[in-house]
Design a protein around this ligand. Structure first.
Ligand code: SF4
Length: 336
C-alpha cells in the first residue's frame, strides 16, 4: 500500500468515528512519544510508546490515542533515533538490570510494517538484548490481523540470544466483552473467532496473551452493565487459559471521555460519566482464584476532557489501593 493510501485510510477511520482531534505532526520524530515505568509482582515494567504514523484502524469510538501520533509516515531512521534516545534516558540506563518486562507500543500496531518499520524493529531487538540483561517478557501491542507467526518465531529466536530467557507476549485490544457493544457501538472490528484463532496459534509456542479491556467503553452502558461486562470477560479469559494452557493477563482501563471523540460529546450532553474506581475494584474482584492476572490502568495520559476522567480528587485512596493491587495481586486491596 502506498503512502497516500495509508494516510487516507487513517483519515477515513477518523472521519467514520466522528473524531475531530488534530494529529501530533509537530512532534520531534527522533524522540519517543512517551515512556513510563509500572510495578508488578513480577518486577519492573518499562512501557514505551514510539512515535510513528497513527493507527491505521483509527475508528474505535472513544479512542484519541492516534492523535498523539503522526498522520504521515515516520522513517525507519527516525524510529531508530527514538530507540537510541530511549536507551540513553538516564532513568532507564540506571535501571537496565532491573527491567523485567518491556511493553512496546506505538498507540496502534507494532507489527503493522506500514507504520513501524521492520529495520527499526530489528534494531530494537538488538538494543533490548544488549541493554536489558534480565528481561523476562517482551510484549508487543498489535491488532491481531498483523500477527504473522513466521515473524514471531524470528522474534522469539532473537530474544533467545539475550542473556536470560525472555518470553514473548502479544498485547491485543479487546475493549468490550459484549460483541454488539464491541463491534457495533465501539467499532473495534474484533470477533471472538479472530481472537481465539490467535490464542490457538500462540499456545504451542507458549507465547503469553495480554488483553486490553475498558470498563464502560460506550455511553450505552450503565455502571452495573459495565461491571458485568468485565466479569463476563474474566470468565471467558479464565476458560481460554484453561483450554489452551496459556498465560493471560487482563489490562483493565477505566474509560475516560477522550478529547476530540464522540465520547466527549456524550459527556458534554450528560449521557456519559466515567466509571467509579470502586466499581472497577468490584469488577476485578471477580478474578480472584481465576487463571489470569489483572493490571488496572490508572492513567488517563492527560487525554481526558476536563471533568471526564475516572481520576476524581475524592478517589485518591482508591488510586492508592488499586496501585497496591497492581504491585501485589493481593485482592484484599480491592475490598470496599
Ligand atoms: S483502540 Fe487501538 S485499534 Fe482502536 S483506534 Fe485506538 S489505537 Fe486504533
Amino acid at each position: 500500500m502506498d503512502q497516500e493510501s495509508i494516510y487516507n485510510q487513517i483519515l477515513s477511520g477518523h472521519r467514520k468515528a466522528g473524531k475531530h482531534y488534530a494529529f501530533n505532526d509537530d512532534h520531534d520524530p527522533h524522540r519517543p512519544a512517551d515512556f513510563w515505568f509500572q510495578h508488578s509482582p513480577e518486577g519492573l515494567i518499562l512501557f514505551v510508546v514510539f512515535f510513528t504514523q497513527a493507527c491505521r484502524w483509527s475508528r474505535c469510538l472513544g479512542c484519541n490515542l492516534p492523535g498523539r501520533m503522526s498522520s504521515r509516515h515516520v522513517s525507519y531512521k527516525a524510529i531508530m533515533a527514538q530507540i537510541d534516545n530511549l536507551f540513553n534516558q538516564p532513568e532507564i540506563v540506571r535501571q537496565y538490570a532491573a527491567i523485567h518486562k518491556i511493553i512496546v507500543s506505538n498507540n496502534g500496531s507494532i507489527l503493522d510494517q506500514a507504520t513501524f518499520s521492520s529495520t527499526a524493529f530489528m534494531y530494537l531487538m538488538a538494543k533490548v538484548n544488549l541493554h536489558l540483561p534480565n528481561l523476562a517478557v517482551f510484549a508487543l501491542e498489535t491488532r491481531p490481523e498483523f500477527v504473522e507467526f513466521a515473524e514471531l518465531e524470528f522474534i522469539a529466536r532473537a530474544l533467545a540470544e539475550g542473556d536470560t530467557p525472555t518470553e514473548l507476549e502479544l498485547a491485543i485490544g479487546f475493549e468490550a466483552f459484549d460483541e454488539h457493544v464491541r463491534n457495533q457501538f465501539f467499532d473495534k472490528g474484533l470477533s471472538f473467532e479472530g481472537f481465539e484463532k490467535l490464542v490457538r496459534l500462540a499456545a504451542p509456542y507458549n507465547y503469553r496473551i495480554k488483553t486490553y479491556f475498558m470498563q464502560k467503553p460506550v455511553p450505552q452502558m450503565t455502571d452495573a452493565e459495565a461491571v458485568r461486562d468485565i466479569e463476563r470477560a474474566i470468565d471467558y479469559l479464565h476458560g481460554m487459559a484453561g483450554r489452551y494452557g496459556i498465560r493471560i493477563n487482563m489490562h483493565l482501563n477505566p474509560t475516560y471521555a477522550a478529547r476530540g471523540t464522540l465520547l466527549e460529546e456524550s459527556f458534554q450532553k450528560g449521557q456519559f460519566t466515567a466509571p467509579l474506581l470502586s466499581d472497577v475494584a468490584r469488577a476485578v474482584r471477580h478474578a480472584r482464584d481465576k487463571a489470569l492476572s489483572v493490571f488496572i490502568g490508572l492513567s488517563d495520559e492527560g487525554l481526558a476532557v476536563e471533568g471526564g476522567s475516572f481520576l476524581r480528587p475524592a478517589d485518591a485512596q482508591w488510586v492508592q489501593r488499586l496501585e497496591q493491587f497492581n504491585r501485589t495481586q493481593d485482592y484484599a486491596f480491592l475490598e470496599s
